[in-house]
Design a protein around this ligand. Sequence first.
Ligand SMILES: NC(=O)c1ccc[n+]([C@@H]2O[C@H](COP(=O)([O-])OP(=O)(O)OC[C@H]3O[C@@H](n4cnc5c(N)ncnc54)[C@H](O)[C@@H]3O)[C@@H](O)[C@H]2O)c1
Length: 466
Amino acid sequence: MDNQKRSSRRGFIKKLTGTALGAAVGANVLGGSHKIELLNPTKHQHRIFGPNDQVNVAIIGMGIMGFDNAFWTLKVPGVKLVAVCDLYSGRLERAKEVYGKELFVTKNYKEILDRKDIDAVIIATSDHWHDRISIDAMNKGKHVYCEKPMVHRLDEGAEVIATQKKTGKVFIVGSQRVSSIVTQKTKEIFEAKTIGDLIMVETWMDRHSANGAWQYSIPTDANTNTVDWDNFLGDAPKRPYDPVRFFRWRNYQDYGTGVAGDLFVHLFSALHAVTSSKGPDRILATGGLRYWKDGRDVPDVIMGLYDYPETKQHPAFNLQMRVNFVDGSEGGEGLRLIGTDGVIDFGWDSVKVKHNKIHNEPGYGGWDSFDTFTAAQQKEYEKWYKAKYPTRASVMSDSDLEYKAPEEYSANLDHHVNFYKGIREKTPIVEDALFGMRAAGPALATNKSYYDNAIIKWNPETAQLS
Ligand SMILES: NC(=O)c1ccc[n+]([C@@H]2O[C@H](COP(=O)([O-])OP(=O)(O)OC[C@H]3O[C@@H](n4cnc5c(N)ncnc54)[C@H](O)[C@@H]3O)[C@@H](O)[C@H]2O)c1
């Protein structure tokens, strides 16, 4: 996800911006500066691992994200990919093409879990298999890296959380942004109260292409011999083989979690990592299927409103979230934390902070009642104002800082590193099952609100419906 082109320019650019005050009289506002700093990438230890402390990993679900995870996980020293499971023969053959003929491949994930030499699994199947395979894997003694969203249905979270607790296995959910150096910097900025008290958060992730709207390519050799359709269905309703449902499963509620489960969940994870929030307690969503009417039963436009209650880490605030797959303005995304004293623009590859404090001195004139006063009263008022505010304070209203990750930086790599650190060094995992459900829950509750036409009450502490 974090593959946007970035500027690798080091140092900083300084730019003075004069701010027009118009006719209003108030605090003097000085031109601010725009400064860009490059963030330091995480330093990873590069020690040599012998066969005894090597982690043998298998990937279950070797589609787009299976291959992507394989790429990043194998960049972590001391990790070996030993097996792959998928339900389409072409992807098993492709895995052998890329990772060698000796790779063990199967269409039955239980054969992977039965192997004693496998320490950890990465689960990158369609959403409707996440809970079952995670639970089975942990019960079989495997550490689990499970793609987001952690579960497919709201009532599936509790068993995953309980199994992690019971087995003590390392479990991480795959919203890689949680491990990003940009997220760490944003958290620092947020905790330093640079933007004062958080008032609202607005976030969007819009797209404008067929691929962006999940119309992924379907191979021409897909048929009932190459695709294990019955196995794919799992706990979903039985129906005849349909390659569109198999390769574009995101478009169907039976296997996917819609836009909210696919994309909102990244935004919730990132927001919770920065604010240490456990989630909203009230959720309301609307939207519709406007354009991609290809048989899908999920909306292509969805908007959610979320009330976050006050906690020790932040005041009560409101969140608005949107995804529009029919965005004629060319798509784009953002996550803005807006506070009493400024705004943080929190991107995948950079974070910008702008300080903009409301001044105690109110000012007068401009769009104000001042001009409606009689001439005599205006004079009187000016006299009174100057006596009350004798010196006009100067405030930097637009000082502007940007922190960028270096060009070669990848949050995916850091996320995989954190998984293996959890396994080898017992380092606590931030995005564990409870964190994962605190992000997946509000996303799935967004769907519930949309389909049930209802306001959903959520318990952010227990990560369950209240
Ligand atoms: N972290 C991220 O940035 C990110 C990005 C994209 C997707 N994802 C997540 O990754 C997961 C996979 O998405 P994708 O785009 O790779 O989908 P995909 O359709 O490309 O791949 C899914 C694969 O899972 C296999 N599969 C399904 N059920 C299986 C089972 N029971 N046993 C073995 N294999 C099974 C299918 O054969 C398919 O090849 C999703 O949950 C998605 O939300 C995460």
